[in-house]
Ligand binder design. Structure first.
Ligand SMILES: Cc1cc2nc3c(=O)[nH]c(=O)nc-3n(C[C@H](O)[C@H](O)[C@H](O)COP(=O)(O)OP(=O)(O)OC[C@H]3O[C@@H](n4cnc5c(N)ncnc54)[C@H](O)[C@@H]3O)c2cc1C
Length: 393
């Protein structure tokens, strides 16, 4: 198995690097490199820049207006963006719902929804989880009842990431209570401006309203916003989740954050402390190992072999690594990192703080990273899936 990049792939990387350097606004990359708060304008601004180039849907085939890159090119694109300090592409539109619309939507739905996702103009949210239906997703209760040419939706979603900005939300809704829970679920696209939709923020440990509750009270949804067949939504939902877990590994971001960790340790004069160095070295080894896993997936795809079914493994390792670098940054900065100052995550913040400016936002990032082993399917549940599917336990 050849894990090296070919000369053509290296030339492709150079092209992406030059384009990102010329087009990524410096004030955005500054925030990313320092783990400062990104606004909707930052996230959508970058999405629009990518959209103009036809790269917001960087994994899309040409047929739907994407660049038609292969998996290695997509990986190189993501790596170059991450290392340059670009924000992560908000995945709900281009990475999650778009492939479902391409695979299972009608031509009319494709024409209606895909251009707004590619351009970055329309913000999508993910409405899967509900109170009591997270790991046990098939138990979703939000009800959609067909009345003529529309559905009437009642119920509640929760943990909806950045739903406060959402224009549209893709939802798993219950359309039948007959048979197994999985067989009565449908996949519905809902305009969040519809009467009866209420979004209520949930403030996380870092003080940010990053997630929301979304309530549906007799919301009327035109039936032509159903994807595929009624009661077949579970198979579309699973198709989507495989995309989510591979992305969550986000090895490229970890490579960038490892460098930030080293910068902090050097600036604090503890880079040569043998115990901290050990921890940093172990982290680096694990990041390289994760990268090798990702490259193995790419090499398998390139050689036409069956793609390796290791999305769950990538999710577990990637999310643990993200928590470890946040912890090690705290350790490197020592007592200077301990006070949690919510405002310190704002670019340009100049409040009172003992220690270097880069220490002040560290506690916020540390708290924020607690989420990574829960979202996208908790790591415990991923372990169960791996045990069954890979180890045959
Ligand atoms: C920051 C954040 C953002 C999110 N964004 C979104 C979003 O945009 N859209 C969306 O739909 N959802 C979102 N989620 C929801 C996420 O997918 C769920 O939180 C996750 O699937 C876990 O479900 P739960 O919270 O209901 O926990 P539960 O399922 O109640 O689990 C509670 C605990 O029990 C463990 N557990 C449960 N079942 C088992 C089992 N069978 N074996 C072993 N352990 C088990 C879990 O690992 C966990 O530790 C988000 C979550 C977070 C934290």
């Amino acid at each position: 198995m050849d894990l090296n990049f070919t000369p053509d792939e290296q030339a492709f990387r150079a092209e992406i690097r030059a384009w990102v350097a010329a087009n990524l606004p410096q004030e955005i990359s500054h925030k990313v490199h320092n783990a400062l708060r990104l606004t909707k304008a930052d996230l959508q601004g970058w999405a629009r820049i990518l959209g103009k180039k036809g790269w917001h849907g960087f994994a899309w085939p040409k047929q739907f207006g994407g660049p038609g890159w292969n998996s290695t090119q997509r990986h190189l694109f993501e790596e170059e963006c991450a290392l340059a300090g670009a924000p992560r592409i908000v995945p709900f539109g281009p990475v999650m719902v778009a492939p479902v619309i391409m695979a299972f939507g009608t031509p009319e739905q494709q024409q209606r929804f895909l251009p707004g996702i590619m351009s970055g103009e329309v913000w999508w949210s993910q409405g899967y989880s509900e109170p009591g239906s997270g790991s046990d997703l098939a138990s979703v209760k939000t009800r959609a009842v067909r009345q003529g040419d529309k559905y009437i939706v009642n119920g509640q979603k929760t943990w909806t990431t950045l739903g406060q900005y959402g224009d549209w939300i893709f939802c798993l809704v219950r359309t039948s209570t007959e048979g197994k829970p999985q067989t009565g679920i449908s996949f519905l696209l809902i305009d969040m401006k519809s009467p009866g939709v209420t979004v209520r923020p949930i403030v996380l440990l870092d003080g940010e309203p990053e997630v929301n509750e979304v309530f549906f009270d007799n919301v009327e949804v035109p039936a032509d916003q159903l994807i595929g067949e009624e009661n077949k939504g579970w198979s579309y939902a699973k198709y989507l989740l495989a995309h989510e877990r591979t992305g969550i590994a986000d090895v490229n971001r970890s490579k960038r954050e490892l460098e930030r960790l080293k910068r902090i340790a050097k600036a604090e004069g503890v880079y040569d402390d043998p115990r901290l160095r050990d921890q940093i070295a172990l982290l680096e080894v694990d990041i390289v190992a994760l990268e090798m896993m990702v490259l193995r997936v790419l090499a398998a795809e390139k050689s036409g072999k069956q793609p390796l079914e290791i999305a769950g493994l990538l999710k577990i390792r990637g999310s643990e690594i993200q928590q470890r670098y946040a912890e090690l940054m705290m350790l490197a900065a020592g007592s200077f990192a301990i006070p949690f100052i919510h405002d310190a995550m704002e670019a340009g913040w100049q409040g009172d703080h003992v220690g270097a400016a880069y220490c002040a936002p560290l506690a916020g990032s540390y708290f924020n990273m607690r989420k990574t082993t829960i979202y996208g399917g908790s790591n415990e549940v991923q372990r169960n899936i791996i045990a069954q599917s890979l180890l045959g336990v």
